[in-house]
Each structure stands twice: as C-alpha cells, then as structure tokens.
Design a protein around this ligand. Structure first.
Ligand code: CP
Ligand code: NVA
Length: 319
C-alpha cells in the first residue's frame, strides 16, 4: 500500500522517531561526503500554489543528493482542480513521477490527491499543517539540547499550520507544548477534537499571557502573524499581536540555555526582533538546513521502506 505524508495524524510516534534517526544518520553521512544514491533514477514532482524558498529548494536538493531528480511545477501552470479535477490530475501525474510534494491552501485538496494518486503525496504546507517543518524542527532541538522528552516548547503566535504540526509532533516525543496567542487566535475546533482523539493523555495548552507562557521554556518559537493566504489580515493582526513579539526581554524569561526557532521567512521587527533572530539563542539557519536532512529521510521512507513490489511503476498503469 502506498503511504502518504500529508499530516502528522497519519503516522505514529515510532515512525516519527525512526524518521528523525534516519535524518540524523543521513546528515552524518553527508558530513563525511557520502551521498548514498538510494533513489537513483526516481523523480520527485513538486506542485506549489504558494511561494517557497526552503521547502522547494530543500526538496529539490534532497532528491538530487539521493540520486534522483526534481520536477517543479507552478500550481498556476498545471491548474490542479482548475484546468482539470484534482482526481484526474492525481491519476495522471502518478504515471510520470514517483512522489509528489504539494504546497497549497486547503488540506482537503491534499487529501483528495492522496485518495486518487498511486504514488506518495507529501504535504509541503497547507493552511492547516506543515508536517515536514515540524519534524525537521524536532531534529534541530534534539541536536541542540541532546533530547526531547520532558522539554517545554512555547510557540508565540497564532494557532496556525506550523503551530498545529509542532503541537502534534511534540506529543510524539513527550514534549510539553504551549501555544501563547491572543484570545480568538487559538487552534480551530476541528484540530482540537482531532488532537484530543489521537492524544487523549496530552492536554493542548493555551496561554494568553506570553510572559507566563515563556517562563521556563526550553525552546521558544514564533512565526509570521499573518500566514500566506491571510494577506488581507496583515494590518489588523499587527495591532492584536504587538504584545506577542519575541524580543530579548521575553526570551530572557525562558530557561538559561533555551533556544529560539522560527520556520522563516520572518518579518523582522514584527513577530521577532533582529536582536533575537540574530542573537546567540537563535538556531534558525541550522533549523532551515535540517529541512534538507529530514526530507531525505522522508523520501527514503516513502519510496523505499513503504513501497511494496505490488505498488511499483507497473502497478500504476495496470493496477
Ligand atoms: N519554512 C518554510 O516552509 O519556508 P518556505 O516557505 O520558504 O518554504
Ligand atoms: N505560517 C506560515 C509558514 C510559512 C513557512 C505560512 O503559512 O505562511
């Protein structure tokens, strides 16, 4: 059966841990100049309806380093769901590429693709989740702090795609995750109920006072106040989120030695000051680098470990 990676609700804690371990070992090999050609001759398609630097380039580099190649498709050109139905698009693209990474607005579109595709579909960010980001971020924290279990993470911002995926990823590793947000900007109800169903033992902690939230944190994270697709809310959100800017005074409340992460791109001076972003606690550049290593592990997992013989290329045309 083809496995997809469209949401962290689709994998379990052991699989998440295996992905991080594999990413670490591929990273070590890379450091020693070794790039195992695990995916020689394979093609990763990328369909992006939103802009990207990190996700696009790290996926293209990842498949290339593993011996395969990438095919980038601008969402506007292929017109998935516009020029033809998502189902037809999924069935046809499955004949040409071995896996497809998709960045779009609605999670439902990605789910629909996964339903009709006969190749692995990877969520490269939707309005509701960013699973590749979250697991790569946990790799960064594990490297920096030596472990994950028992740590406290604080996400200062709204309950957006990155926050939701980080909350779910944290639950896999016994991390206490706190969302510090203005009232009215918590997680959507649908996420809260899905999380509760899959993690009945783990509370989804919300704190409206950013100072109280950050106290004792091992990792402080923030993201833009208005995500892609929320451009018309940029101005209105600025006023609401002003008290939630991560500056040196806020970060000083975290545990000594705490680290700062941001998925990037950042709006400097809004959600985070230059002083924090460029300061000694900030690991945003190695964090961005880990997207590459995590995604190499993900591609190997999807295209080697989870690809049974029956799902090979012939199965696409003659199921
Ligand atoms: N963090 C992240 O996903 O960056 P891009 O939007 O540049 O891909
Ligand atoms: N929340 C941001 C993340 C960008 C990587 C957005 O969706 O725009």
């Amino acid at each position: 059966m083809v496995r997809h990676f469209i949401d962290l609700f689709d994998i379990n804690a052991a699989e998440a841990a295996d992905l991080l371990d594999r990413a670490s070992s591929l990273k070590r090999e890379e450091r020693h100049g070794d790039r195992p050609q695990l995916l020689a001759g394979r093609t990763l398609g990328l369909v992006f309806d939103k802009p990207s630097l990190r996700t696009r380039v790290s996926f293209e580099a990842a498949i290339t380093q593993l011996g395969g190649n990438a095919l980038f498709l601008n969402g506007k050109d292929v017109g998935m769901g516009v020029r033809e139905s998502v189902a037809d698009f999924a069935r046809v693209i499955s004949q040409y590429v071995d896996a497809l990474a998709v960045r779009t607005f609605s999670q439902t579109t990605i789910e629909e693709l996964a339903r009709f595709a006969t190749i692995p579909i990877i969520n490269a960010l939707s309005d509701s989740s960013h699973p590749c980001q979250a697991l790569a971020d946990l790799l960064t924290v594990r490297e920096a702090l030596g472990g994950l279990s028992g740590l406290k993470f604080v996400f200062v911002g709204d309950g957006n795609n990155v926050a939701r995926s980080l909350a779910k990823a944290s639950a896999f590793f016994g991390v206490r995750f706190v969302l510090a947000c203005p009232p009215g900007y918590e997680y959507p109800a649908e996420f809260v109920s899905r999380f509760a169903a899959s993690n009945p033992e783990t509370p989804l902690t919300i704190e409206h006072d950013p100072r109280a939230a950050v106290a004792g944190a091992d990792m402080v994270y923030t993201d833009v106040w208005a995500s892609m697709g929320q451009e018309d809310e940029v101005e209105s959100r600025k006023a609401v989120f002003e008290p939630y800017r991560v500056d040196s005074a806020l970060l000083a409340l975290a545990r000594p030695g705490a680290i700062f992460l941001h998925c990037l791109p950042a709006r400097r001076g809004e959600e985070v000051t230059d002083e924090v972003l460029d300061g000694p606690s900030s690991l945003v550049v190695p964090q961005a680098a880990n997207r590459l290593h995590f995604q190499k592990a993900l591609l190997a997992w999807l295209l080697i470990d989870n690809m049974a013989e029956a799902d090979g290329p012939m199965a696409r045309t003659f199921p």
